[in-house]
Design a protein around this ligand. Sequence first.
Ligand code: SAM
Ligand code: GLN
Length: 294
Amino acid sequence: MTESLAGQTVETVRRKLTARFKSGAIDQAELDARILVGAALGLDLTGLIAAAARPVTSDQAMRLEDFARRRLAGEPVARILGTKEFWGLPLQISAATLVPRPDTETVVELALEMLRAEPHPERRLRIADIGTGSGAILLALLSELTDAYGIGTDVSVAALRIARRNAARLGFASRAAFIACDFAAALSESFDLMVSNPPYIRSADIAGLAIEVRDHDPLMALDGGADGLDAYRALIPQAARRLAPGGILVVEAGHDQSGDIEELMTAAGLTQQKPPKADLAGIRRAVAGRKLPP
Ligand code: SAM
Ligand code: GLN
């Protein structure tokens, strides 16, 4: 049993929580403690500093104890808060969605670099995000390409509900649609840009993932089959059929998958005009192929 946090100052509580998280071997103990104290007290960073000497009420202490218990049990901060920032956009998440990762911003960056290097088409750009989860990639692209419209697909109806809600909250409802289907199977129009961060973890590697991922991200969002490439094998040929001439497919890759993905793209008739783009850790994270006009 840990001593009660009620009645102690905000600063003391923050330090105690940091210490508990450190002894619980939580990587970013200090950051996580600060965010959770802020959330339990309804204060941002500036508010927290201003309130440093204020005592914590028993309601606030109870809320914080609940957050701390969940974090120590391996639940990531984003799930405790129900929200995660991606590409500067606050996104709601749920048990049905992956927590969007900073690595995935590499997919957005490569797609934007390629689109911006070419003349803008007369018509509005059409985008599809395959396995959209919270809607992260699609909504980031819509925030940059202000007259584009896009469709997100997912097999999880519960994830699509969150994606739709995120689109509405961010003001993109009129430019975003979401449909439940297997990868791109139900898409009938053609797209200028298709993106995907599919499940790509080898089934046998899932047991060894960090508890934050293994026990909290949906298995359906992670499991890429025996060699991790099942989703690419299914979605790359489907996407190649749905790309407009000149259209681009950009997918996220696992740490050692970019070569295999390039081969799958080539086999589906897509051409590599740009090398894979590395993430901040130097991993080839985003792979692009283009459907050349006939
Ligand atoms: N795009 C989101 C992101 O980057 O945060 C989520 C990516 S998550 C790694 C993969 C997503 O693909 C999950 O939302 C999962 O439900 C979805 N998915 C898995 N199998 C699928 C399939 N056969 N067809 C469509 N979506 C699928
Ligand atoms: N990036 C996630 C992880 O490393 C995996 C997501 C995926 O399979 N696309 O755990």
